[in-house]
Write a protein that binds this ligand. Structure first.
Ligand SMILES: [Fe+2]
Ligand SMILES: [Fe+2]
Length: 255
């Protein structure tokens, strides 16, 4: 007689019941309208639609079990490891800045310049990235992250920066920056921290020595000295951008 045909013991029955209840309690995971917009659909997930399928459905209000679990008090490094979809470009840029002997503000700015892209949203990545880090870094760092988006489109011969070949490949040779990007560039050009942002552009490279070893561990001390880690955990604090980190941590909370 095999296990499957044997009559169930009381404890087996209890296990099965518990299993069933767990499934009944599984939270329905919904997508935000922004996720649908990115797929070309103007659409919203509603409770009514979910309840039409399962009248007892309840909705996810915490961690998405499909994503890497975050620690109770996450740090920036935890977001790098569990939520940032790519590290190579950021680490390469920061390594380039480190080797060129730039100060820690510039190195941190290079390390974080595209976190908008790798973790959150591409459109206006400089603005999103700057807003995310603003409460935790020196103002010069977040300013530079914000404006690098605009400066990337404009050459500066004084530091050997030309319009990126990669941008011609990415956007076509007829792409012209929108007026708000041009205006940002004009403002930045006259700003006291212009060169910090410009140095992001100079170190913002797409190809890199494939033999060069880059490792997030090399930047943990610079992060420690220059990024104010909140004691409650990044995203669980009350800073003006904590909600953005929470959204990355729990991207499918119903509300
Ligand atoms: Fe960028
Ligand atoms: Fe970049």
């Amino acid at each position: 007689m095999n296990q499957h045909t044997r009559p169930q013991s009381i404890s087996q029955q209890a296990d099965e019941l518990e299993e069933e209840m767990m499934h009944a309690l599984e939270r329905v995971v919904t997508k935000s309208t922004l996720h649908y917009l990115a797929d070309g659909e103007v659409r919203i997930d509603t409770s009514a639609a979910a309840w039409a399928k399962n009248p007892k459905a309840i909705f996810n209000m915490g961690a998405d079990p499909r994503l890497p679990p975050m620690p109770a008090k996450p740090t920036l490094v935890d977001y790098f490891r569990c939520r940032f979809a790519s590290h190579a470009h950021l680490l390469q840029s920061a390594t380039h800045a480190l080797k060129a002997g730039h100060n820690e503000k510039v190195i941190l700015a290079c390390l974080l310049h595209d976190i908008g892209v790798v973790s959150f949203i591409r459109c206006d990545h400089g603005y999103w990235g700057a807003q995310m880090i603003e409460p935790y870094v020196d103002e010069e760092v977040s300013w530079a992250v914000r404006t690098h988006q605009a400066l990337r489109f404009f050459p500066d011969e004084s530091v050997g920066y030309t319009y990126p070949e990669m941008y011609i490949k990415l956007f076509g040779d007829d792409y012209k920056p929108e007026p708000y990007i041009v205006a940002e560039y004009e403002r930045a050009r006259n700003h006291k921290w212009y060169m910090t942002s410009r140095l992001i552009c100079v170190n913002d490279i797409y190809s890199f020595d494939p033999n060069a070893k880059v490792n997030l561990d090399d930047f943990v001390d610079i992060i420690g000295r220059n990024f104010r880690q909140p004691v409650e955990g990044l995203g669980l604090d009350d800073s003006p951008s904590a909600h953005m980190w929470r959204t990355m941590m729990w991207p499918n909370r119903f509300l």
